[in-house]
Write a protein that binds this ligand. Structure first.
Ligand code: HEC
Ligand code: HEC
Length: 208
């Protein structure tokens, strides 16, 4: 067994408690979240230095689905996606669907953070955002029916990193990634990092 895998397993043993079916338990989620806080921050505010996005304020259906995606190699299953691979190992710390639901329920109690804006040009980004509206919404608020997450609360550096992964193919191309496969061609319409920075700046201006 490789070192990181053993580490993830040990953490999994440490954080797992008894499994009780029923409503998600945010108190148990708070205990389970301790292992996440090291990267995502105690308030789920994210940490650019380790590449961990904010989680607070994001829709619960999206968080739950992403945790499952990491656990099943649908996300973080491509070796070029170094940070995705490391998050996929951390997702193994949640040893049951109940625990995942509990952590998500706890994250849902945390206040929505103010996202870090980047250096992009929001005016230029407005027209680049036009094809995104159908799924992510006029205000970048997301759309559950299409499983498209809220973007207007995600830090610029994180959005740009994800757009690059979708464009380069290390996210959205794994077998079983139905929704990532819908997003990937959209990143391809952004021709370079400047476009990505501008569209992100526009999305974040929707908060103002
Ligand atoms: C070692 C640092 C680290 C730890 C610990 C960690 N994460 Fe992450 N997490 C990351 C990184 C880095 C990313 C971004 C990975 C990528 O680019 O795909 C991420 C991404 C995520 C995402 C995707 C968010 C989005 O907007 O798509 C979710 C959900 C998530 N983590 C939940 C958790 C939970 C729950 C825990 C605790 C069980 C946890 N993470 C522990 C580093 C970590
Ligand atoms: C056909 C619907 C659709 C369109 C159009 C679309 N997206 Fe997405 N987008 C999605 C879905 C679905 C996801 C979630 C993918 C997953 O589950 O991994 C997503 C994910 C993302 C993410 C990652 C968010 C996170 O928390 O990890 C970013 C950033 C993003 N989209 C930006 C954009 C931008 C910018 C555009 C326009 C250029 C766009 N999207 C157009 C459906 C769409």
């Amino acid at each position: 067994m490789s070192g990181p895998r053993l580490f993830a397993l040990l953490i999994g043993c440490l954080v797992s408690g008894s499994v009780i079916a029923g409503e998600p338990d945010a108190d148990r989620g708070k205990r389970l979240y301790k292992v996440c806080a090291g990267c995502h921050g105690f308030s789920g505010e994210g940490n650019e230095i380790v590449g961990a996005p904010s989680l607070a304020g994001q829709e619960t259906w999206y968080l739950a689905r992403q945790i499952g995606n990491y656990q099943h190699g649908i996300r973080g299953g491509n070796g070029d996606d170094t940070l995705g691979v490391s998050m996929a190992m951390m997702a193994q710390a949640l040893t049951s669907e109940e625990h995942s639901a509990d952590v998500v329920a706890y994250i849902n109690t945390l206040p929505r953070p103010t996202p870090a804006t980047g250096a992009g040009d929001p005016a230029r980004g407005a027209s680049l955002y036009a094809p995104c509206v159908a799924c992510h919404g006029e205000q970048g608020q997301g759309n559950e029916a299409l499983q498209a997450p809220a973007l207007n609360l995600m830090p610029a550096w994180y959005q740009i990193a994800q757009l690059k992964k979708f464009k380069e193919g290390s996210r959205g191309r794994q077998p079983g990634d139905t929704y990532g496969a819908q997003m990937a061609p959209m990143a391809a319409v952004l021709s370079n990092e400047a476009d990505m920075a501008d569209v992100t700046a526009y999305i974040l201006s929707l908060n103002e």
